[in-house]
Design a protein around this ligand. Structure first.
Ligand SMILES: [Zn+2]
Length: 247
């Protein structure tokens, strides 16, 4: 095996499945890779329509191991040989985020809540690792590729966790086909990173406004608290990443 790129998927939900599927389908023509997926959830019947790796028989089973099996099956069927995958049955939290990210070369973030998105962004910047973020709320979605060392970063665009009731997909709901589309965009930005062609950028799609893709460069913000010249974020303060309650 040549030099292996270590890829961390945060979440095996709709976005993780869609970007993972596109990556697996393309793996045969990409440099060697090892995949880690972190998720502690089980497959739910309600989400099958947008979680492309899972089928009816998977309902109630842990997502991570099933994601790994389907990823490897797909990659091998396409002729990929230099691919390995494993799962971590856990949640990405302030206590484990930096160590997990430090052990990988690039992070694929498809979390359904802002706390995890900002945690990934901040931990990745502290570890100088690039992230491919993606998010979908109702009819709109985006994929975002950071700089090589996470400068520019997610906070250059989204300053901080929303203080009021946030519109996350866990609360607002999402449109299934849009998840597949945004997951494919996320995989595309990841593949650019894997082949050394990445540029920091944001790709946005609004299904209700014609569905056209808009791509623009992501610019580093001088006063960004995470990657700016006088950055104030030097460690992960667990009290900052509180999940909104949406039981
Ligand atoms: Zn920044």
């Amino acid at each position: 095996m040549g030099e292996v790129t270590r890829i961390l998927f945060v979440g095996a939900g709709g976005l993780g499945c869609a970007s993972g599927l596109v990556l697996a389908e393309s793996a045969a023509v990409l440099p060697p890779m090892s995949i880690t997926v972190i998720d502690d959830d089980v497959v739910s019947a309600d989400n099958l329509h947008r979680q492309l790796f899972f089928e009816d028989a998977d309902v109630g089973r842990a997502k991570g191991p099933r994601f790994v099996e389907r990823f490897l099956d797909t990659a091998h069927r396409r002729g990929a040989r230099e691919v390995t995958a494993r799962d971590v049955a856990d949640r990405l939290v302030p206590d484990n985020a930096r160590a997990l990210i430090a052990a990988h070369d690039v992070v694929v973030e498809g979390a359904d809540n802002f706390a995890t998105k900002f945690l990934v962004a901040d931990a990745a910047r502290l570890e100088r690792k690039p992230v491919i973020h993606a998010g979908v709320v109702r009819w709109a979605g985006y994929a975002l590729s950071t700089g090589a060392e996470s400068r520019p970063c997610y906070r250059c665009l989204f300053e901080d966790l929303p203080r009021d009731q946030p519109d996350t997909c866990a609360i607002a709901g999402v449109v299934g086909p849009l998840v597949a589309l945004v997951g494919a965009l996320q995989a595309e930005l990841l593949i650019e990173r894997l082949i050394g062609r990445a540029t920091p950028r944001l790709v946005h799609v609004d299904a209700l406004r014609g569905g056209a893709l808009r791509s623009r460069p992501l610019r580093a913000r001088a006063d960004c608290p995470s990657c700016g010249e006088r950055a104030s974020l030097h460690e992960i303060d667990a009290s900052h990443y509180v999940q909104p309650s949406c039981a």
